[in-house]
Design a protein. Structure first.
Length: 476
């Protein structure tokens, strides 16, 4: 990142996005956006007041980049699939090469699985993801140092012989720690949110482009309502995942380090708390599995509802003409009731999921301190042991709570990726079979043409159709 001096008024006039050209202090404190906030405080912001998007945040650039990566993986997959199909047709020829290809496949990790859309997203947004990961890890390590600084302060207050410089030292450490925590947290959210929004924009762009190239048969499988659902619902989950998805890996690391420190203060009693955690953990797995199934079922019902609503809106004149309003209203209410039942089930499971994690943190604290007192008569809850242990348990509590939400978002993201991938694999229009000749006398011409609703249909819906549409003529 370039950290240069800048004139904010100049950037406002030219509408250039200034973040990449601000000085270091302004970048650290986000001061470069203060002028825009102040202008919004004084007057209502208009389109001319807001900066233009830079190239890195352009939907077209992001969509083209994702499409290029996706097409590379699809091309490799199709080549493997073609080779595999050729082997089946010529098995004797390929028998001698079977062992060699198997070894090559094991070395390269290649298989016949469909291309991973998540891998494409990860490669494109690797920089922001890595920066956010480094900031998350730094934040967690600084968060764990809080109980250690608290231990030093308690020792300083308890012992009057310590010089005052020790107290100033710990107070300074607290200030530095809180400042760094704030810096890591805000910039982590900045990088994570950028990755999430860019992912959403690139996926929406990719889905929209694909929808324009769908064949007639594919349009029957993917209705307008389903496509809108993919663009609005299934892509939005990546914004939420980017904000808290790091808790899936950083949370366990934080819990392990805090548990090691707890061993130092309460000894073997920490195993009682970890044992309680191990006993209650399968309960979370059950809720997580059931919630995943409920989320998948919820999206299916939402697709069905959107499909029927779209058909009703397209044929509203016919429905009103024949007086079918009540029948279609009952149909919509029936589908909506099924969707509400699934939503109620998913919400209940999500509540149980979060409650179980909150209960685990309380149970671990209670069991650990109770065990510490009873395993040895000499164990006393001194201020150091009590406050530092409670502080460490508080450090554990947040990742335990967020881990549930992060896993929930991760599950929804996998479901959404699978749905988007299935959509991207739908057949497209074969442009090689379409010719554009502006010099033809008859722009549209059929001769002994037959039509069917699908390629696999054995019976044609229309047979031996002859039609000629001259240029500039209206044919009804």
């Amino acid at each position: 990142m370039k950290h240069l001096k800048y004139d904010m008024s100049d950037y406002m006039q030219k509408k250039l996005y200034p973040e990449s050209n601000v000085n270091l202090l302004s970048w650290l404190t986000f001061n470069w956006i203060s002028r825009l906030i102040y202008r919004g405080y004084k007057n209502n912001l208009t389109r001319n007041d807001v900066w233009d998007l830079d190239k890195d945040n352009s939907s077209k650039v992001l969509g083209d980049e994702l499409e290029m990566e996706w097409n590379k993986l699809v091309a490799k997959y199709q080549i493997k699939r073609k080779i595999s199909s050729t082997r089946k047709d010529n098995s004797k020829i390929y028998d001698e090469l079977e062992l060699k290809e198997k070894l090559d496949s094991e070395e390269t990790g290649c298989d016949m699985r469909k291309p991973s859309l998540g891998f494409c997203i990860f490669r494109i947004h690797l920089k922001n993801i890595l920066m956010a990961s480094i900031l998350v890890l730094t934040h967690d390590m600084l968060d764990i140092t809080g109980p250690l600084i608290l231990d030093g302060l308690i020792n300083f207050i308890s012992n009057e012989e310590y010089p005052k410089i020790i107290g100033y030292f710990y107070a300074g450490l607290l200030f530095i720690r809180l400042s760094l925590l704030s810096f890591c947290l805000t910039h982590n959210f900045n990088y994570a949110f950028l990755a999430g929004v860019r992912t959403r924009s690139s996926l929406m762009n990719l889905i929209y482009k694909k929808s324009l190239r769908l064949s007639t048969e594919s349009r029957r499988k993917a209705t307008t309502g389903e496509i809108l659902n993919l663009m609005q619902v299934n892509t939005h989950i990546f914004v939420e995942l980017s904000m808290y998805g790091h808790q899936v890996w950083s949370g366990p690391i934080k819990i392990i380090v805090a548990s090691i420190l707890l061993w130092y203060y309460i000894g073997p009693a920490v195993f009682a708390g970890l044992g309680a955690m191990a006993i209650l953990a399968p309960l979370n797995s059950i809720f997580m599995t059931k919630y995943s199934k409920a989320e998948t079922e919820k999206l299916k019902h939402k697709d069905t509802k959107m499909k029927i609503l779209n058909e009703i809106l397209n044929g509203i004149k016919v429905i009103k003409f024949y007086g079918w309003e009540i029948s279609f209203e009952k149909l919509i209410n029936k589908i909506r009731q099924k969707e509400l039942n699934i939503l109620r089930k998913a919400s209940f499971l999500y509540g149980c999921f979060n409650f179980s994690f909150g209960f685990i943190s309380f149970a671990v604290t209670f069991v650990s301190l109770l065990t510490y007192i009873y395993i040895n008569e000499n164990n006393v809850l001194t201020p150091n042991v009590a406050y530092v242990s409670l502080s460490l348990f508080n450090v554990i509590r947040l990742p335990l709570f967020l881990f549930g939400s992060a896993m929930s978002n991760l599950i929804q993201a996998f479901v959404s990726l699978e749905r988007i991938r299935e959509f991207l694999f739908l057949d497209e229009i074969d442009h090689d079979q379409i010719s554009h000749d502006t010099n033809r006398e008859n722009p549209i011409e059929f001769e002994k043409a037959s039509f069917s609703w699908s390629k696999d249909s054995q019976h044609s819906a229309l047979n031996n159709i002859n039609l000629t549409v001259p240029r500039g003529k209206l044919i009804a």
